[in-house]
Design a protein around this ligand. Sequence first.
Ligand SMILES: NC(=O)c1ccc[n+]([C@@H]2O[C@H](COP(=O)([O-])OP(=O)(O)OC[C@H]3O[C@@H](n4cnc5c(N)ncnc54)[C@H](O)[C@@H]3O)[C@@H](O)[C@H]2O)c1
Length: 253
Amino acid sequence: MLADERVGIRRNVRTAIVTGGASGIGKATCEVLARDGYRVAIVDRDELGAHAVADAIGGSAFSCDVTDERAVASTFERAVEALGAPLDALATPAGVVDATPFAELDAATFLRVYQVNVIGTFLCMREAAKHMQSGGRICTVASVAGKRGGGLHGTAAYAASKGAVLALTRNAARALAERGIAVNGIVPGPVLTPMLQTSLADESKRALIESSTLLGRSAEPLEIAEAIAWLLSPAASYVNGEMLAVDGGLLFD
Ligand SMILES: NC(=O)c1ccc[n+]([C@@H]2O[C@H](COP(=O)([O-])OP(=O)(O)OC[C@H]3O[C@@H](n4cnc5c(N)ncnc54)[C@H](O)[C@@H]3O)[C@@H](O)[C@H]2O)c1
């Protein structure tokens, strides 16, 4: 039996929506999925960036803030229409970081981070699931900060939001299992993207962050995207509710 048949998909072309596809991990995910033959729709609040990536990979782009519930619903409708087939895969890298020290962090900042990283991820999963058949696959993006409680780059709001993504991912796996939709997530360590630029520009901070991994370096976005693509693929057909660390061994012990 072919891997696609195991998960109930018999079309030749697979379809995917990638949030945050204009930059960093999301952009690399779009490139890998397009390389693997997917038709890709990008959902990002950065309209110009999303269109640039879409043009490069032959996909489509949709400007949307993932915290806007109505906009997410209508954007997913339009994106699936553009894809021209039921949705096979969703990746949710759209996210923000915050490094405000604990004592200076205010509720408004905390809420903004939570809204994008947690509620944004939830809304996109909920809307994507409406357009998926049995065999659909979702991959969320947490962070080692959500497991360790931060300490390297993001602080309280970021760490707590990524911890929430871990729980949300497992909850979605339970909730969507009866429809044959699998939900997993990845837990990246440090990745060379615009999000980490400020921290990595400081040599001593960079050394601290990178020496905490067994590999002694940060990841290229492609190294994270390959793991996302695998979790979204029929090759991962028996993987569900899993959070895969892609962290160079940072969480090893
Ligand atoms: N870079 C790292 O070291 C690292 C480590 C662990 C986890 N992560 C996570 O990986 C994901 C991707 O991060 P990245 O490093 O590629 O960052 P990035 O800043 O390069 O990309 C984030 C993308 O999300 C989009 N985005 C942000 N808020 C949005 C919103 N409200 N609506 C729609 N789009 C929005 C941005 O426009 C951008 O294109 C994030 O969830 C981040 O927390 C990153």
